[in-house]
Design a protein around this ligand. Structure first.
Ligand code: HEC
Length: 379
């Protein structure tokens, strides 16, 4: 026995009144580390033992308040900072609306923290061994006896004094209680592979069950009335309009936003006089112009504007873009040709936006200058 380490000295009493008296006396003698074990809760034991209120409440309070604060901050950030939307003219940060959520989050975080703190901090879960386990003492106090134990690491502990005290209180049995080897080499088991594996298995089973229940058992087609509503599809027949067409042309005189209609149909010379190229020559506009010219114009006009078409006579060759006439034309006059077409050349107004047409014209000017370089251009 001598090699064993003492955990505490225990005493058994036969009546509840005796255990209350014993607890009071032990507390009055100034012992701090002692415990009482009874088969059922005994009223008045808290006072007799001079127990302080549990510290668990502080954890609940702190975590609960943090939860409330986090909820308030989240809602403030979402509805007043990140994505402010006016609801019925109320301020963005309108606290009364937040109260239900703040209340719920407070209760939720406080209760979860309480349970976890109780389990993992106070009960040291998953450690489940204790020196009292397996002792005669615990068996007795679990059925019809009342026990008290003073721990050996109490400052005032002295085996003889403790024994005498218990005897003076008429204890029916006295018994020293020793640590088991297991409990001496006590380590917190929270990071033990076994325990972690257990958590992982629980997590997998739980998420599997949730997945199955929500995605298979209880699955409902999501709300899709917006997608499935009655509507007029492109090219579909319409029962509303007398001509049966679903697609309508805009009302006469409609002008699209940001777009002025071309005003010089049939009057290319007037266009040449009135229209001014709004796109300044720049690297990026020339690059765009080249790209569009190569794509839309070069099959007939050739990459350099000579008129040597690549169409092998399937379409009449156009005149050169380097003629005196073309070089003296204003940008607006060329714009008119691209927009309206000219004789057999079709209009390119659907393929090229106005800005792209002007960019193509800028590029044609570059081609013209390259083909008619002056002495001064070389210097
Ligand atoms: C399908 C072949 C074809 C394509 C593609 C084509 N053109 Fe033409 N283009 C012609 C023909 C043919 C003529 C001569 C029309 C005529 O007889 O007046 C012409 C005439 C012109 C003229 C007037 C020339 C003149 O001397 O009167 C200009 C300017 C012109 N095209 C610019 C362009 C531009 C810019 C593009 C690209 C957006 C383009 N063309 C695309 C065939 C084409």
């Amino acid at each position: 026995m001598s090699d064993k380490i003492l955990y505490g000295y225990s005493a058994i009493f036969d009546k509840p009144d005796d255990i209350i008296k014993a607890a009071k006396t032990v507390a009055e003698h100034g012992y701090k580390k002692y415990d009482v074990n009874t088969p059922y809760p005994i009223h008045g034991m808290n006072n007799a033992m001079k127990l302080k209120p549990s510290k668990l409440g502080y954890i609940s309070l702190i975590v609960g308040l943090s939860g409330a604060l986090a909820a308030i901050l989240t809602m403030w950030w979402m509805s007043a900072v990140d994505y402010p939307i006016v609801y019925g003219g109320k301020p963005f940060f309108s606290f009364p609306a937040y109260i239900p959520v703040v209340f719920e989050v407070t209760v939720l975080s406080a209760s979860i923290a309480t349970v976890l703190a109780m389990l993992f901090i106070f009960f040291k879960f998953p450690n489940n061994s204790h020196p009292l386990q397996g002792t005669e003492y615990l068996k007795k106090v679990s059925s019809d006896k009342y026990g008290i134990i003073i721990l050996a690491d109490d400052e005032k502990y002295n085996e003889n004094e403790v024994k005498n005290l218990f005897q003076s209180l008429n204890a029916s049995e006295l018994e020293p209680i020793y640590w088991d080897n297991d409990e001496i080499n006590h380590k917190h088991k929270i990071f033990e592979p076994k325990f972690i594996l257990f958590l992982v298995v629980v997590a997998i089973l739980n998420s599997g069950a949730v997945y199955f229940v929500y995605n298979k058992l209880l699955f409902m087609v999501p709300f899709n009335w917006m997608m499935e509503q009655e509507r007029q599809n492109v090219q579909q027949k319409s029962l509303i309009f007398s001509d049966g067409f679903g697609m309508r042309t805009p009302v006469e005189g409609t002008i699209a936003r940001g777009h002025l209609p071309y005003q010089f149909y049939g009057k290319p010379d007037l266009a040449g006089e009135k229209l001014i190229n709004p796109i300044p020559v720049s690297k990026s506009s020339l690059k765009l112009g080249q790209e569009k010219y190569d794509t839309y114009c070069s099959p007939c006009h050739d990459y350099h504007g000579t008129g040597q078409s690549r169409l092998n006579g399937q379409f009449p060759n156009p005149p050169s873009l380097h003629s005196e006439k073309l070089r003296s034309w204003s940008d607006g006059r060329i714009f008119a040709v691209i927009t309206e077409g000219q004789n057999v050349m079709p209009s390119y107004s659907t393929q090229l936006t106005e800005d792209e047409r002007w960019a193509v014209i800028n590029y044609i000017r570059v081609l013209q200058r390259a083909m008619n370089a002056k002495e001064s251009d070389i210097k």
